[in-house]
Each structure stands twice: as C-alpha cells, then as structure tokens.
Design a protein around this ligand. Structure first.
Ligand code: TYD
Length: 132
C-alpha cells in the first residue's frame, strides 16, 4: 500500500501543503470530497471500486483505514495532514475509529459513478477470483 508525503511550505505565517495531480498523486484529480462529523464508534466505506483510484488524507484528527485487496488485510492509522494513503482499484476499504474532530479529504481520478462501486463483499471476492 502506498503512502504519499506531501510537500509542505512552511514559513513564519504557517504551513501550506500542495497536492498536485500527476505530481503528488499518480493521476489527474477529477474530484475532491470531504468527510467529517463521523461518530467515534461509527463506520464508513464498506465498498471497493472497479476502476476508481483515490488518495485519502486525514486533514484533522485521526481515523483508521482498514484495507483489503483480496490477498492482504491491513489497518492504517491516518493522523497527519501531509500524509496520503493511495487506494487503487479493487481495494475494499472500511474507515473507523474516528476522532471527534476527524476531517478527511479524498482526491479521486474520476467523477462520481455509482456503477463503479462494489458494495457487496461476496461480489468483490468473486470479481477478484475471476480477474485475469
Ligand atoms: P460513499 O462513497 O458510500 O461514502 P463512504 O465510502 O465515505 O462511506 O457515499 C455516500 C453517499 O454519498 C452515497 O449515497 C453516494 C454519495 N456520493 C456522491 O453523491 N458523490 C460523491 O462524490 C461521493 C463520494 C458520494
């Protein structure tokens, strides 16, 4: 699983962090969305994507990303605004253990398409088995 460390420009006025498509993430950025207001014992995600590639950044607070690519299951704690987690195609993700101030930004390579989602874990496993 890939992590990206983003460029931060720091001076006496504070910090400026840059996320540039094809430069800091491996795709052109077509969409950005944000997640916040999660309950500490809540859960988000519960899906994979057929084609979509994304990079998730925890801009404030912290949360866990539980990732499953069909071979390996891993849990990553995101707690730093200059660190991005790459989520490629066909990766099941669950987000949990949110701090109450958690703010997540997600940079995506495509516009929203519900047909790209796989929301059934059995179907996800079946598609992986059939993959060439
Ligand atoms: P979903 O991707 O399932 O959220 P998460 O993975 O964070 O739990 O999306 C939740 C709802 O928001 C779903 O009804 C689709 C909608 N949505 C959009 O309309 N546009 C978007 O870009 C995204 C990411 C979600």
């Amino acid at each position: 699983m890939d992590f990206y460390k983003f460029r931060t420009v720091t001076d006496s006025r504070g910090n400026l962090m840059v996320v540039e498509g094809l430069q800091d993430v491996p795709f052109s950025i077509a969409r950005v969305y944000y997640l916040w207001g999660m309950s500490p014992d809540g859960k988000r995600g519960g899906h994979a994507h057929r084609k979509l590639r994304e990079v998730a950044i925890c801009l404030r607070g912290a949360c866990d990303f539980a990732i499953d690519d069909g071979i390996q299951k891993s849990v990553y704690r995101l707690d730093s605004p200059d660190c991005g987690l790459y989520l490629g195609e066909m990766v099941w993700r669950d987000m949990l253990n949110f701090t109450s101030d958690c703010l997540i930004a997600v940079f995506a390579d495509s516009q929203y398409d519900e047909n790209d989602y796989i929301r059934d874990y059995e179907e996800f496993q079946e598609l992986l088995r059939k993959a060439p």
